[in-house]
Design a protein around this ligand. Structure first.
Ligand code: ARG
Length: 481
């Protein structure tokens, strides 16, 4: 085996088969194949540009690399686990395809700056994929919100019915969260703008490489500024995993609500058959497995983050082989996140909303007790006193089994002289919603404006990413709302 390894000159013994199996990462980093080829082509071009390689050699290398890309594409590339990783698999194949000129490609380059570059290129695409998946989910949330402006449900705190809100308002809360997730991923792109190639193993190169040229070839805005940092840093991987974890938190929260809301106890929604599964034993069951799994997979993405944080903690500069462990959690988190975003978008888009059940739950007059207290405030009573008085009214209604709205002006005056009307005139579901016109509130007009602003932001973002069909669907659901 040693003759296949590029460091064979220094070694007298073949690698132990256990070590070979243990250190091989090709089953994971094969995912980087196309980025590695892209990086190698840019590196070869740069070597030609500075005169280290003849233009003929550059052409030969490029055609060999293109042939390898074609083999990857059609699944005929002969992967060899003995060659450890994707970089050496590709280089070795290049030798087989173009002969000794392949030995010139690795000039001024190490696998350390090579893998850092591959990862940055991979993450740039992964960020775009995640942003597109987030965009789709946000679009679905806005679409459904547009249809549910007049649907009212209780808002909860401590899982206790608190105050009524519009369902559109509730769905827009998630659109806000996923919008911030998208902004966090976008901001990560700033940390992926520098090209590590040319940093070598850790200390750069004595050869007259043109790092700016390579960076430009690969769409980076500049070379990285410190050769040690170039090969030692994995904080962009940590950042990707952190942002992915935050997004999974949001996905698991909406999942939990879908699970709760589809119980008979709540009965607020019914997931479509396409987004539910049955029980192998109980014929009556319709289970919300997709959101449950999203909730479950959240733990897995947190695990990916923890694993990478732990791998990097305490590593001295510069490259250490521990860092090979970066890829599995990164790839896993990105794939899991994209899957979960898609599954929740599908669940929300296809679920049936049971408006009557929501309204029934929101119609408990006790949910309007705060409004009664605020009425006293409008009459000049200090809020703490108003709260105390209203608390007594609520306790009275609970003990006497009375509907709050049946209290007359006189009944109310018995609790505080500042009351000037019957309870039924002071507390009413519709006006409780409509009075909340503050920015961020749940009044119809406020929600409609928030929806409009969210749509505009989404269309703008879609244009930035290069996805254009959001506009049309926004127009459609405008008509629908
Ligand atoms: N497969 C390695 C990784 O992913 C590539 C870098 C190896 N560098 C080294 N000096 N052994 O980290």
């Amino acid at each position: 085996m040693t003759e296949q390894k590029p460091w064979g000159g220094r070694f007298h013994q073949a690698t132990d088969p256990t070590v070979e199996r243990f250190s091989s990462s090709i089953h994971v980093d094969c995912e980087l194949a196309f980025y590695d080829i892209q990086g190698s082509k840019a590196h070869a071009s740069m070597l030609g540009h500075v005169g280290i390689l003849s233009l003929e050699d550059v052409e030969t290398l490029h055609s060999g690399l293109d042939a390898i890309a074609a083999e990857m594409e059609d699944g005929t590339f002969p992967f060899d686990p003995a060659l450890e990783d994707i970089h050496m698999n590709i280089e070795s194949r290049l030798f087989a395809l173009v002969g000794p000129v392949a030995g010139r490609l690795h000039t001024g380059r190490s696998r350390n700056d090579q893998v850092a570059t591959d990862l940055a290129l991979w993450m740039r695409d992964a960020v775009t994929d995640v942003r597109c998946a987030l965009l789709t989910l946000r679009e679905v949330l806005l679409e459904r919100a547009g249809e549910e402006v007049d649907t009212v449900l209780p808002g909860y705190t401590h899982m206790q019915r608190a105050q009524p809100v519009r369902l559109a308002h509730h769905l827009l809360a998630y659109a806000e969260m996923f919008g911030r997730d998208s902004a966090r991923f976008t901001s990560l792109e700033d940390r992926l703008r520098h090209c590590p190639l040319g940093a070598g193993a850790l200390a750069g190169s004595t050869l007259p490489l043109d790092r700016e040229y390579t960076a430009a070839q690969l769409g980076f805005s500049a070379p990285t500024r410190n050769s040690l940092d170039s090969v030692a840093a994995r904080d962009s991987v940590l950042e990707f995993l952190s942002v992915a974890s935050i997004s999974m938190v949001h996905l698991s929260r909406i999942s939990e609500e879908l699970v709760l809301w589809s119980t008979s106890e709540f009965g607020f929604v019914e997931l479509s058959d396409a987004y539910s599964t049955g029980s192998s034993l109980m014929p009556q069951k319709k289970n919300p497995d997709p959101p449950e799994l999203v909730r479950g997979k959240t733990g897995r993405v947190f695990g990916d983050l923890m694993s990478m944080l732990t791998t990097m903690k305490g590593l001295p500069l510069a490259y250490n082989r521990d860092m090979q462990e970066d890829k599995e959690p990164l790839f896993d988190a990105a794939a899991t996140l994209c899957d979960c975003l898609e599954v929740i978008a599908g669940s929300v888009a296809s679920m049936k909303i049971k408006r009557e059940r929501m309204l029934e739950a929101a119609s408990d007059p006790m949910l309007l007790a705060t409004d009664l207290a605020e009425e006293l405030v409008r009459q000049g009573v200090p809020f703490r006193e108003a709260h105390e008085v209203t608390g007594k009214i609520v306790a009275h209604c609970v003990s006497q089994r009375l509907d709050l709205r049946t209290l007359t002006r006189e009944d109310l005056k018995g609790f505080h002289p500042a009351f000037t009307a019957n309870a039924s005139e002071l507390v009413d579901l519709e006006s409780a919603l409509e009075r909340r016109t503050l920015v961020g509130g749940t009044a119809r007009e406020t929600v409609t404006q928030a929806l409009e602003a969210a749509r505009e932001a989404l269309v703008f973002e879609a244009t930035l990413i290069g996805v254009f069909d959001v506009d049309e669907s926004a127009d459609e659901d405008e008509e629908g709302s």
